[in-house]
Every structure is written in structure tokens, then in C-alpha cells.
Design a protein around this ligand. Structure first.
Ligand code: NPW
Ligand code: ADP
Ligand code: MG
Length: 281
């Protein structure tokens, strides 16, 4: 098996930043979360709330029009921009420079959504986190890999990874293919699973937190919000991924003695993130 670096408390403390007393929301990072479609607005609600709950000063969500009231009511702290289309995203448009963008949760893969994603890739100047349907769209249009900014973070679950890099016949081959992909496009791949590994070129990190309580709808959407938030707060890309997967898993380890495995839901990740941070102080 390939050598990996354990993501444990010591490892994350090497780069963990405490909050400065004189900080303000304007310098705590502004994250933009793009996603949602009719029936899957919950995904972007979870990502946006997770971004706020991990220290980002400002969070804006870009959603189809039908998501406006859902977002405003679910999370009043999040600002909302809407697409012209009601049920899916067709024209991504915003007039500020986000410190990081997370795209994909609940977004769907409509033709018009694919087109506007391509336009974003051509014009974007912000660090990116790519998840869910944004990954699936890339897998359908592999030439677009070349448009990814250096150090983009991709967060595939095993099926999404297979769509990206093709099938593998052994664990070793899976890592070999992911390492080549990471090197070829200069991107970071968060291989979500049990456990989650992060591949940054030839360096592999292996997470030590988390448990089966995380096998619940929306837990990946929450992770996307956490990593985007840390990236917006100026963590270097691989450090944002490392701290993000560590805290995400730790919430479940902290919560399970109280919630049990079965009743733990993605919102419980968000409600335990404070305790996860406190364990680093
Ligand atoms: N509340 C909301 O709004 C929510 C919205 N959501 C949004 O829905 C959209 C679709 O996302 P999705 O991941 O559900 O669909 P998809 O990519 O087809 O993958 C499913 C297939 O992949 C596999 N598979 C998955 N995990 C695996 C694992 N650990 N280990 C092994 N295999 C694994 C498994 O395949 P199987 O094993 O059945 O062959 C499974 O059938 C996306 O936009 C997302 O953000 C969701 O986040 C939920 C909450
Ligand atoms: N049995 C498990 N043990 C630890 N972590 C898990 C387990 N099952 C799922 N997870 C974690 O939960 C998340 C699931 O992500 P994903 O499949 O994208 O969910 P969704 O799309 O529903 O938000 C990943 O971070 C994954 O590592
Ligand atoms: Mg997912």
C-alpha cells in the first residue's frame, strides 16, 4: 500500500489559525456557494450554513429563482443571488470577487447549467471547490479539466471519482490513477470514503476522524461548505481540505455518544462544528 500522512490533531494544528481579536467580517473571507435545483435546494442550504459555521465572514448563495425564499428563511445570515430561471441554474452572474467558490451541490446537470459552468470556468478568478453535479458535468466534458485553476479542490465520492478517472481494478490502481489525475491537472482530490484520503500530487493524506453516522444525505454537501469556507479564509488549498475533512469527521465522533448513529443527520454535523473547533484550542 502507498504511504500516507495521518490527518490527526497534531497534523491539523500545524496550520490551524486562531481568530484575531481585531478581525471583522470583511476580512474573514467571502464564500460563494453555487448550486441547488428544484427539489434539491437543501443541498445548497447545507453547504452555505456550513460555510458560515466554520468562520467565513460573509456567505452568498447563487441558486435558481425557486430557491430564493427557501434560502432566506432557512438561513437568514446567508445572502442570496438568484438565476433568471426558476428550477435550475442557467446564467451564473455575480458582481463581487469571492475569496472562494464552491459549486455543485444539488445543482443538476441540465444543458444550460453545463453551458454556464463552462463560462464560469473560462472567466473565474477565485479558488474553486468542485463537488457533486459540477464534478459530474466535468466528467461528461473531460476537455474542461484544462480550465481548472491550479490547486482546485475536487471532492468526489467513489462513484463520482469513477466518473472522473474511469474504473479501477484494485485499491492500488485507484490511487495511481488519482495521483496521475492530480499531477496532470495540478488539482487536489478529496477521495471521500471510509476513510477519506486527500491526494495532492504524490502526497497522500489519510483522515482519522469520522464514523458511519456520516452515511446520511447531505453530509458531503456540508463538507463542500466547510472546505470552501476555509479556502475563503486564506488557508492554502490542501490545508483547507485537510482541516475540513478532519473537522467534518470529528463532529460525528463528538455527536454519536449523544445522538447514536441512526438519528445523526447532516444538520448535526453543522450543529457540532463548534465543539470540533473547541477541541483544537
Ligand atoms: N437534500 C438535498 O438536497 C440533497 C441533494 N443531494 C444532491 O443530489 C445530487 C446527486 O448526488 P448523489 O451523490 O446522491 O448521486 P450520484 O452521484 O449518482 O451517486 C449515488 C451513487 O453513487 C454511489 N455511491 C455514493 N456514495 C458511495 C460510497 N460512499 N461508496 C460507494 N458508492 C457510493 C452509489 O452507487 P451504487 O453503489 O448504487 O452503484 C449511489 O447509488 C447531487 O447534486 C447532490 O449534491 C444529495 O447530496 C443528497 C441530499
Ligand atoms: N461509513 C462512513 N464512515 C465515515 N465517513 C463516511 C461514511 N459514509 C459516508 N461518509 C462521509 O460522508 C460524506 C458523504 O458524501 P456524499 O456521498 O457526497 O454525500 P451527499 O452527496 O449526500 O452530501 C463523505 O465525506 C464521506 O466520507
Ligand atoms: Mg455528494
Amino acid at each position: 500500500m502507498l504511504k500516507s500522512i495521518a490527518i490527526d490533531r497534531n497534523e491539523v494544528l500545524k496550520h490551524y489559525k486562531t481568530i484575531a481579536v481585531d478581525t471583522h467580517k470583511g476580512i474573514q473571507g467571502h464564500a460563494l456557494l453555487i448550486g441547488g435545483s428544484y427539489g434539491k435546494m437543501g443541498a445548497v442550504c447545507l453547504s452555505s450554513k456550513a460555510a458560515l459555521k466554520t468562520g467565513c465572514g460573509l456567505v452568498t448563495a447563487f441558486v435558481p429563482k425557486c430557491g430564493y425564499e427557501i434560502l432566506q428563511i432557512a438561513i437568514p445570515e446567508v445572502m442570496v443571488l438568484t438565476d433568471a430561471k426558476k428550477r435550475c441554474i442557467s446564467n451564473i452572474n455575480f458582481d463581487f470577487q469571492p475569496n472562494a467558490i464552491g459549486i455543485g451541490p444539488g445543482m443538476g446537470q441540465d444543458e444550460v447549467t453545463q453551458k454556464t459552468f463552462l463560462k464560469l470556468l473560462r472567466t473565474n478568478k477565485s479558488p474553486l471547490v468542485i463537488d457533486a453535479d459540477a464534478l459530474n458535468i466535468l466528467s461528461k466534458n473531460k476537455a474542461w479539466f484544462l480550465l481548472l485553476p491550479a490547486r482546485t479542490i475536487l471532492t468526489p465520492h467513489p462513484k463520482e471519482l469513477e466518473r472522473l478517472i474511469g474504473e479501477w481494478n484494485s485499491e492500488e490502481e485507484k490511487f495511481e490513477k488519482t495521483i496521475s489525475f492530480s499531477l496532470q491537472y495540478n488539482v487536489i482530490v478529496v477521495m471521500k470514503g471510509v476513510p477519506t484520503h486527500i491526494v495532492d500530487g504524490e502526497t497522500i493524506y489519510k483522515n482519522t476522524t469520522g464514523n458511519p453516522a456520516l452515511a446520511t444525505a447531505g453530509s458531503g454537501d456540508v463538507l463542500t461548505g466547510i472546505i470552501t469556507s476555509l479556502l475563503a479564509q486564506s488557508y492554502e488549498a490542501v490545508q483547507a481540505a485537510i482541516l475540513g475533512v478532519y473537522l467534518h469527521g470529528l463532529t460525528a465522533d463528538i455527536a454519536v455518544p449523544k445522538t447514536g448513529f441512526q438519528s445523526f443527520i447532516a444538520s448535526d454535523i453543522i450543529s457540532h462544528i463548534g465543539e470540533a473547533f473547541l477541541s483544537l484550542e
